[in-house]
Write a protein that binds this ligand. Structure first.
Ligand code: UT7
Length: 323
């Protein structure tokens, strides 16, 4: 018998305010045409005053619990991936725990920027297969609109706010790649690349800071490293790209998504794409795309799903799971 961490619920939350590309034409020297053609982004959601990463995350968590037909009292742990927590501490995860009225178990944040959800899923899986928790809420939630430099056209047009969540539950499997649940994961980081994607503030500066990115450099690393990590986790699961039903990539740029699919030898009909509607929501982008892909009937029970992401650090990784 093998313990597997199986997805039993998924949900998401997006702030009400939608900001179309055209609005940026009034803020910086850009155009709808440039943003669409270079990134694939058409619009993004922006958190309202008073909305925070933890409030977005709590709404997504409620949706995932409702999808699974479970209550917060039945959850053992909350793992929340974010690099835009409400405060330096306590963790946004404990704020979600409080919002859900959950007074038992444990909650903590994972910070691996855009790769955060893949890191959080891998951590939750490790806790479930080693018996430390039976039911774990894994959340990706971000309010990047708060760390964007709204005068920098090379970055401000790319990001959005949102949250997605999965409920993972321990279930028995056979130990084969036909099992439901997380089958393999692959995590990587390389701190030498700090300066191509970072926030220029934090405890050491006494400011929140703004996101700074050398987009072209990050792009170059992304296609190569994302295809590599997806291949690595497939290999660990004893599978190949031909077995994939859906790739659910981090949604940063349609050209990165297309380039990675091509490297894996997959057509775009096997890729869940939400970047046009959400922009880059960092750690929230994968659970948001999983939730949208599930809601619109793309991802079905038994489908083999590969998620992959890269972000600041650089940190990158992938997870192979059967829904
Ligand atoms: O989620 C974390 C990981 N992040 C990513 O994956 C992002 C990776 N990078 C990218 O997605 C792309 O590199 C960008 C979308 C950021 C940029 O696309 P690009 O094709 O790499 O463009 P570029 O940076 O090479 O810029 C081309 C030109 C430049 O002008 P010059 O130097 O050629 O005269 C930029 O100044 O486009 C200019 N530009 C803009 N023009 C209009 C940059 N931003 C804008 C803008 N509007 N918003």
């Amino acid at each position: 018998m093998t313990i597997r961490a199986v997805v039993t619920g998924v949900g998401h939350y997006l702030p009400e305010r939608v900001m179309e590309n055209a609005e940026f034409e009034k803020l910086v020297d850009t155009s709808d045409e440039w943003i669409r053609s270079r990134s694939g982004i058409e619009r993004r959601h922006i958190a309202a005053e008073g909305e925070t990463t933890s409030s977005l995350g709590a709404n997504a968590a409620r949706a995932a619990l409702a999808d699974a037909g479970k209550a917060a009292e039945e959850v053992d742990a909350i793992i929340l991936a974010t690099s835009t927590p409400d405060l330096t501490f306590p963790s946004a995860a404990t704020m979600v725990q409080r919002e859900l009225g959950m007074t038992h178990g444990f909650a903590f944040d994972v910070q691996a920027v855009c790769a955060g959800f893949v890191y959080a899923l891998t951590t939750a899986n490790a806790m479930i297969v080693t018996g430390q928790a039976k039911r774990v809420l894994v959340i990706g939630a971000e309010t990047f609109s708060r760390i964007i430099d709204w005068t920098d056209r090379t970055t401000c047009v790319l990001f959005g706010d949102g949250a997605g969540a999965l409920l993972l539950e321990a279930q028995e499997g056979e130990g084969s790649s036909a099992d439901r649940g997380i089958l393999a994961a692959d995590l990587n980081s390389d701190g030498r690349h700090r300066d191509i994607l970072y926030v220029d503030g934090g405890v050491s500066t006494g400011t929140t800071g703004h996101l700074r990115m050398e987009g072209r450099e990050v792009f170059r690393h992304a296609v190569e490293k994302l295809a590599q990590t997806a291949q690595m986790s497939l290999e660990k699961a004893g599978l190949t790209a031909e077995d994939i039903d859906w790739v659910v990539p981090h949604q940063a740029n349609i050209r990165i998504i297309q380039g990675t699919a091509k490297k894996l030898g997959l057509g775009m009909e096997k890729v869940v794409v939400t970047v046009q509607d959400h922009g880059n929501t960092s750690a929230a982008s994968i659970p948001l795309a999983l939730s949208v892909g599930r809601a619109n009937g793309q991802i079905r029970d038994g489908d083999l799903v590969v998620t992959e992401a890269i972000g600041g650090g650089l940190a990158w990784g992938s997870v192979v799971l059967r829904w």
